[in-house]
Design a protein around this ligand. Sequence first.
Ligand SMILES: N[C@H](CCC[C@H](N)C(=O)O)C(=O)O
Length: 276
Amino acid sequence: MNFTKMHGLGNDFIIVAGEKELPADADQRAIQLCNRFFSIGADGMVYILPSNHADFKMRIINSDGSEPEQCGNAIRCVSKYVYDHKLIDKTEITVETLGAGVQKVQLNVQDGKVRTVRVDMGQPILSGLQVPTTVDEARVINYPIEVDGKEFRFTAVSMGNPHCVIYVEDAVNFDLATWGPKLEVHPMFPRKINVEFVTVKNRTYTDMRVWERGAGPTLACGTGACATLVSSVLNGLTDREATVSLKGGDLFIEWNEADNHVYMTGPAEEVFTGKV
Ligand SMILES: N[C@H](CCC[C@H](N)C(=O)O)C(=O)O
């Protein structure tokens, strides 16, 4: 199998193009190939597949073998891939995902190189039961949750995949490894959840560190950055456009009031190609 290793702010993926559909053993293949000691190593595997509704379809498998509905950093990577590898000859493309249907993508190309990618990540889902959580409320904002005797307050946002946003004093130095995995599998989240710890610096800048469902601590999370911005607006903490600063770098996120869509802008890089 030929593959291309790519990343979005250090959230890294094994990209596979050319398959007609997801291989039956995609889960086992991801567990094996994402292993950073015995194989290629990555946060997930991403398949670029044909689509009847968009220029291409993207499906992603987490490093634990689970299939999430959506992945923001991966969309930027596969959009750059199809442009660089001449699978498309335009800079405005569409991608189909399980969690958000057909999404528009704008490639910012300068001197023939894709500099940044702007993705329409669709509308956030805020209804508690639809995120999903077990909370039957129209919105779950600053809601109490207890884990191992410690109480947190979270805001639930789905970008197609579920997110739990928690505000802390110092996100950069927060004990992600202790509390991330406990919250990921908390019974309040029927399909587990991605956990974002956030410190708002000002109305247009936040620090965020993420524990991802099915992948653990990653350097960046595109859908998590979108959820962070939506949550921060809902909690009155930021404007509708802000930089979300992650361990791997910055994403610029907008929650457009007119169309209720969330837009994510950031880089994508190709690192190497290989064959397994
Ligand atoms: N682990 C996530 C999928 C990858 C999301 C993240 N890498 C992104 O950039 O959005 C989940 O199970 O929902």
